[in-house]
Design a protein around this ligand. Structure first.
Ligand SMILES: Cc1cc2nc3c(=O)[nH]c(=O)nc-3n(C[C@H](O)[C@H](O)[C@H](O)COP(=O)(O)OP(=O)(O)OC[C@H]3O[C@@H](n4cnc5c(N)ncnc54)[C@H](O)[C@@H]3O)c2cc1C
Length: 469
């Protein structure tokens, strides 16, 4: 049985390992330790598990994912977890013609990964190939190392594109691609971080494409289903509604403080997003490199808007529901997020970066009118008549404070990355999608980070046992 508030369950006074945060990172760390017979306690501040993954039924009964939703074929950790807990997936719908709304107001239909004859398309692909080549030079275990890392971490993606891509239309395409994959503006991240992110996914196309790539499939029971299954498996070890306020390291123990009491542990896994980690008080203070890394890791700005219709009416018109929007509209990308049996039609629109900052400042009625106006421009007047309309503005989420993930500010890999990124601080071990080498920023990365942190602890416990035995 999962424990939830109220009433507050009593916390144990001692457990070998405390995990802070029940997103995929924390749950995977706990699962790996549990599998090895190590008693573990998961403390989650929110009233649900999953963190940046939240599956919910709309009033019309359609299961949607407010946060992460897709899984790709090279995301082996997530697929293995889904397989272990019998969580089925189904292919993302992408049959039909895609749409591209260009800056001059034209809307073009195309098939495949982009309209080849569109403005800037050829130069865009050339620039992507150059980023892929840069990505091959990144050491995934130490991205700030290597002879070119210094220059690349000192230049923003914005200035790099202005310096190396002559065609303005190609730059417009590249800007939307970066906004789409990082939920940040190109001026906010360094070229090195972009190259690392691309390398971590296995290439730019892996981040961008649907079939065979990151957007390949969705979970039949929602992307939260494996997280819920792990929590059920861990049972009473998972406590919800217990935010951790402070972590104090003593000589042989760590004290974890919460409003519901203090728990002592041999090791602690902190599996919270960087802004949430910054809100925890660490005693003694964290080493400067780790503290700076946390402070300089900036969450992206993203919102997902789900618009539900009686049927996926665009399919009858030969459209896939996929649209890229290059003008000043609220959202940059739209996908068909209908359920597998298509008994309802669902469009999901992503807003990020500057677009989100403008749109989220509007009132709720204006926001809705704005979204429906653009959807109608793309898919026709039927788009104005939804049966459900749901928004999730992630910068307003009290726990995640943004999404998809945090990305280090330019210069941070060089200055603080080597030890600040994820090196344990004594008995404190760091997990979270942001600390992953593979699929950094994704569910898959969160899982591997949790497993890595569990591995660090298993090693330390084995060494302790051999010393005392
Ligand atoms: C809109 C959106 C779309 C995305 N799309 C995809 C996608 O399609 N595919 C994909 O793979 N990834 C996607 N992602 C990214 C993915 O969701 C994240 O990378 C991943 O879920 C992060 O997992 P995590 O465990 O590292 O962190 P989180 O999921 O953020 O978990 C951290 C947990 O810590 C808890 N917490 C915070 N502070 C405290 C505290 N003081 N005490 C106790 N608990 C605390 C939080 O409540 C949370 O449950 C998306 C994200 C967003 C926001």
């Amino acid at each position: 049985m999962l424990r939830s508030t109220p009433p507050q369950p009593a916390l144990p006074t001692f457990v070998p390992v405390v995990v802070i945060g029940a997103g995929y990172a924390g749950l995977s760390a706990a699962l790996a330790l549990h599998d090895h017979g190590v008693p573990v306690l998961v403390l989650e501040g929110a009233d649900r598990v999953g963190g940046r993954i939240w599956s919910q039924r709309t009033p019309a009964g359609v299961l949607i994912d407010h946060g992460g939703q897709w899984v790709g074929p090279t995301q082996h950790k997530l697929l293995a977890l889904a397989g272990r807990f019998d969580c089925a997936t189904f292919p993302t719908w992408d049959a039909g013609e895609h749409l591209e709304a260009w800056q001059d107001g034209t809307v073009r239909r195309y098939r495949g990964d982009g309209p080849d004859d569109a403005p800037g398309a050829a130069e865009y692909h050339e620039a992507m190939a150059r980023i892929d080549a840069m990505a091959k030079e990144v050491d995934l275990s130490d991205p700030g190392s290597g002879p070119t890392a210094g220059d690349r971490d000192s230049e923003t993606v914005h200035s790099y594109f202005r310096r190396t891509v002559a065609c303005p239309a190609a730059r417009v395409r590249l800007d939307l691609a970066v906004q789409g994959v990082l939920a940040m503006e190109p001026r906010e991240v360094s070229v090195l971080h972009l190259a690392f992110y691309v390398a971590s996914a296995g290439g730019f196309a892996q981040l961008m494409e649907t079939r065979g790539a990151a957007q390949d499939a969705r979970f039949t029971g929602g992307a939260q289903a494996p997280a819920r299954a792990i929590a059920e498996h861990l049972g009473d070890s998972v406590h919800l509604g217990v935010p951790v306020t402070a972590v104090e390291q003593r000589s042989d123990l760590v004290e974890v403080r919460t409003g519901a009491g203090v728990v002592r542990a041999r090791h602690v896994v902190v599996a919270t997003p960087p802004p949430a980690t910054a809100a925890i008080r660490f005693l003694p203070a964290l080493p400067a490199a780790r503290a700076r890394w946390i402070q300089r890791s900036v969450m992206g700005d993203v919102a997902k808007v789900h618009v539900v219709y009686p049927r996926p009416f665009w399919r009858a018109a030969g459209l896939s529901g996929v649209a890229s929007v290059y003008d000043e509209s609220t959202f940059g990308v739209v996908f068909d997020n209908s359920p597998p049996n298509a008994d309802r039609g669902v469009l999901v629109a992503f807003s990020y970066g500057d677009r989100l900052r403008r749109w989220s400042a509007l009132g709720p009625g204006e926001r809705r009118a704005d979204v429906l106006r653009t959807l109608a421009r793309l898919f026709g007047p039927a788009a104005r008549e939804p049966i459900d309309y749901l928004e999730k503005i992630w910068p307003e989420d009290p726990w995640a404070r943004g999404g998809y993930a945090a990305n280090p500010a330019p210069g941070s890999w060089l200055a603080h990355g080597r030890t600040g990124w994820r090196e344990p601080c004594g008995r404190i071990h760091w997990a979270g999608a942001e600390t992953a080498s593979r699929w950094n920023g994704y569910m898959d990365g969160a899982i591997s980070s949790g497993e890595r942190a569990a591995g660090e602890i298993l090693l330390a416990l084995a060494e302790r046992a051999s010393r005392s035995g």
